[in-house]
Design a binder for this molecule. Sequence first.
Ligand SMILES: NC(=O)c1ccc[n+]([C@@H]2O[C@H](COP(=O)([O-])OP(=O)(O)OC[C@H]3O[C@@H](n4cnc5c(N)ncnc54)[C@H](O)[C@@H]3O)[C@@H](O)[C@H]2O)c1
Length: 337
Amino acid sequence: MKIKTLLAGCGSMGGRWMEYALARPDVEMVGLVDVYVPNAEATNARHGLALPIYSTVEEAMAASGADLLLDTSIPECHASNAVTAMLSGAHVMMEKPMATSMPEAKRLIEVSERTGRFCAVMQNRRFTKEIRSLKRDLDAGIIGKPGFVKADFFLGPRFGGFRETMDHPLLLDMAIHTFDAARYLIGSEPVAVYAAEFNPDGSWYAGNASAACVFEFGNGAVFAYNGSWSAVGHSTSWEGDWRITGTIGSALWNGDDYASYQTLIEDVDSGALAPPMQGGRHWQGAERREACLNEMFEALISGKRSETDIRDNIHSVAMMLGAIESAALQSKVMLPR
Ligand SMILES: NC(=O)c1ccc[n+]([C@@H]2O[C@H](COP(=O)([O-])OP(=O)(O)OC[C@H]3O[C@@H](n4cnc5c(N)ncnc54)[C@H](O)[C@@H]3O)[C@@H](O)[C@H]2O)c1
């Protein structure tokens, strides 16, 4: 039997998710939801479809009896759309962020657990062959225990649209990818953050498009994030530019290539170092959005917890919201465990 599926949010990500869903033999699309009907009509036209169009998830669930909601709407709507869908009996896969406040994020988990509905989040940037390979090397102990991790993220995209009017475009719409990658690589949960958020001269965003954040992790590691979405020139990759310092060596990763490692030769006390060496590929198959969607579908179908289940992803959300709170308070914020 096919999974009766709704798509909410027919913008640019909606188009990508739609292509994926249409290519899955076990998915039957049963409707589109968008507050702006022309976007849903354009999605139908682009894909040669004539799916029913609804303006709310509530209306769409009542009319379609869908099993699954794919939500690619704007960040502020993800939590309420997901709660409505789960309370009407549907599982949910959604774009990041899962919520824009901690009470909303906790309510999502409460509703998911009470209804037994699956709810997981797109974190495509933890599904590249480069980060998967780096993670495998780190877990194998290539640099010992990571203690100090930094990621620089400096880009100057001109999106137009909702990002240029948000209060926290970098922290709310982008940084969660890098924060989620830090949790993935460090293999521990964040416990505290101290952050500054600002909008330097020359920025074309209304809200704060730059931030510097220091996170403390439960295993003692510290993660320093410097990010800007209004940086002109010398861009980093979209994955960020990383240095991970461990007990017996360091990893450098520019986000595009395989990481480079330099480690002690053998005698820790002498401090003698081996020449830097490039890591290899330890990940095959699909990557990015397709890989993350594959993983979510496999988890849904097999009844397992997805790697990006909301009960895991809430820690990435806590980093994002904690950084915003810390910047507003100008003080260190402890993160919920
Ligand atoms: N994972 C990634 O790499 C990645 C990349 C880009 C965007 N995103 C995320 O995808 C989401 C959508 O981004 P986008 O670039 O496609 O935006 P977009 O503006 O192109 O599309 C958003 C669509 O949602 C619709 N919408 C707004 N409120 C709605 C509601 N309550 N119910 C249904 N539809 C509603 C809008 O009318 C619009 O058609 C955002 O959460 C964004 O953060 C993720």
